[in-house]
Design a protein around this ligand. Sequence first.
Ligand code: MG
Length: 387
Amino acid sequence: MRIAALLLAAGRGRRFDASPSASGSSKQFRMLRGKPVIRRAALALMPHVDVLLPVGDDPLLAESLAGLDILPAVAGGAERHDSVRAGLEALALLPEPPDLVLVHDGARPCVPAQVVQNVIDALKQHEGVIPAVAVIDTIKSARDGVITGTVPRDGLWRAQTPQGFRFQTLLELHRTHRDARTDDAALLEQAGHPVAIVAGSEDNIKLTVAEDLMRLEGVIDRNLLPRVGLGYDVHAFEEGRKLILCGIEIPHTKGLAGHSDADVGIHTLCDAIYGALAEGDIGRHFPPTDNEWKDMDSARFLVHAGERIRARGAMLVNADITLICERPKIGPHAETMRQRLADLLQVKVSRISVKATTSERLGFTGREEGIAATATVSIMVPEDEEA
Ligand code: MG
């Protein structure tokens, strides 16, 4: 069975009243834990289908889905059913049209794999399938703020997506009912094809109002895995240079040698972060052969590492840095360093520790030839992120 998915991005989000994001006001292009909502919706469907076709004409659509192994978007229509029909006609033109088609809202970013599988499984027996959850709350009707009745909730379901259909059945119904102001399931029902209900999920939230963003973040955060990174770095002392440690200048008789400003504290913290993310080390992101980074303020490196955490939809739990030197004394500066590192990473200062030790006058640090530093970080990273 060849399975296709239509990802609908045509909605304008009239009910979404949050302040517009930097990337526009349409809700499906909002960033959600570091990724556009619609990208998360695409990633949730891709493991289950052979082809995925986005439908919509917003310029943000291609940008939001960049780099994914999917078909180029086709333009949507004025109404949802116009968009679905446009998508179905495009799928019909493929060298290998699908046997089954899933139709999914771009504003449902967290559909669980089990829900998608339930729909696909039920299509073995049914022409059409809808995931849904039973209505549990008591339903009241009201007028002018006063209750006029209680609606019996027996047999009431809240419909979700992806809704699944036999491809030829849905295509033919859309071709013969071009003006039908109704949804896909109703088209099938009217044509005498019973549509089955399978188990949906309360996690399958459709981003509609601003508070849905927080509920969706909660769903994503439940699927974070703790990861740990370790950093270690050494720089030799050099006469005539400023001493920069953990983003601040420390009065001392000499500074550290290096290509950048040689901030050994920030370098080791960056390496720990890149390590936890399995993204190599600081030299990979800022090659020392590149003159652009010569005498660079290392704060810029740490800002980049923080951006990588957020871009991965991840969260820094804590960072613990140890500076190893006889002199200068770190203690009087440790609080300023913590605050500076927290600011650069855009996290609370309580998540950052800076401490120091001597090496009892042993070795290169004991002879005051240089400063060594270690850092350990813990980062919560999404379990099911894209590679
Ligand atoms: Mg270094």
